[in-house]
Write a protein that binds this ligand. Sequence first.
Ligand SMILES: [Fe+2]
Length: 210
Amino acid sequence: MQKKFGKPANYPRLKGLNKKYPQITVVQRKSTDKGPSFGEQFHTDSSYTKKPPRYTMLLSKLVPKKGVANTDFSSQYLAYEKLSKNYKNKLKKLKGIYSSHGPISITTVEREKEKGKISKELISRHKIIRTIKNKKTIYCSPGHFLKFNTHMTKQKKELKKFLFNHQTKKTFQYSLEWEKDQLTIWDNRAMLHQATPFKGNRILHRITIL
Ligand SMILES: [Fe+2]
């Protein structure tokens, strides 16, 4: 795999599967779990790291009935293409600042607080508009977003609201219905994803690739 796609990344926030495969992260939901599932808001994986992984792979080991626990994707190539010239210009000057304790992690951080063991906050900044092989895309992870790298004036707050709404328009989305032993890989730089809320048992194995 190393030769074909790149180097598997170490995920800073969860323990690996075992000693042999430390870079496989187990994403598990139990039917007894309360609160939101892991990843239940649109995001790109590890945007709070200096060099976020290019690709994410998920392999389904245990899934509920088809259509119950989907993963939604939103194409950010398409989202960029559909931006007006005015917004393209506004956004190209900006960077986003992302945190591992961002909005998507609130429940995790709360649980950590209860245990008295809060993980170290990781923060990184990245350009909102980036180019991948000559194609422009929006790179902004709402689940980890703290602010733009500029004073958050009223206009900037409105711009943020517009951007988040625009990025996740239904017309840019695809909803994946999991089946058992299904492998999914996507470009983490040009695609947002989120887990849909559900009650039940699910086990996914994840590898992110630098
Ligand atoms: Fe994710």
